[in-house]
Design a protein. Structure first.
Length: 197
């Protein structure tokens, strides 16, 4: 089956950060994280799924803003390179029709309450501030995970980053672990395995 391949569509990654164990490639050629967000997201996933292959797909540069064309191109890039999972710690209130043809071609993990997270066939995630980082729960078709990234030495939990981005990242780690022993890595198979654990 080979290792799980995960595309982290975000602000890129700092491969020299102590929480980043590996980066196997990315897009564009300069995928260096200038914001820190993508690095924290990838670190949270790697903590749970250290054996996966990781690809940093940068759509944010100097601010956490992008356009729909760049986002769709990033998902398509991930599909073309046969990623198993796409982490989208982001979302939009519009453009459902542009995401729909893509989300059935790869396991997408994204935020509830926006698109593509609320589309059928997407692992939909919401934050739960009371759940431990090594746990998740599911209600209906929505998964709940901790909205906190990995802790930083000397930085209190309250002063660290937090929010739905990290709930999505934490859940992506659980999704990657669920995929490891699945020959059928379809949304339905992954969803059922996650729900049964």
């Amino acid at each position: 089956m080979g290792r799980i391949r995960i595309a982290v569509i975000d602000s890129g990654v700092n491969p020299n950060h102590p929480h980043i164990s590996r980066v196997d490639g990315g897009f564009p050629d300069d995928f260096l994280d200038r914001l820190g967000h993508g690095t924290a997201v990838m670190a949270a996933i790697q903590e749970k799924a250290p054996d996966a292959e990781y690809f940093a797909v940068r759509v944010f540069d100097r601010e956490l803003r992008t356009n729909i064309d760049a986002l769709i191109a990033a998902i398509q890039w991930s599909i073309d390179r046969q990623m198993d999972i796409v982490n989208l710690s982001l979302g939009t209130s519009k453009h459902a029709e542009k995401f729909e043809p893509l989300v059935s071609r790869v396991i997408v993990v994204s935020a509830a309450g926006m698109f593509p997270g609320d589309l059928p066939g997407v692992i939909r995630v919401a934050p739960d501030p009371d759940i431990a980082r090594d746990r998740y729960r599911v209600e209906g078709e929505t998964f709940f995970a901790s909205g906190y990234p990995r802790s930083m030495p000397g930085v209190s939990r309250e002063r660290n980053l937090s929010g739905v981005s990290f709930a999505v990242a934490n859940m992506t780690g659980f999704v990657a672990r669920a995929c490891e022993n699945l020959t059928d890595r379809s949304y339905q198979s992954v969803f059922e395995k996650l729900r049964s654990e």
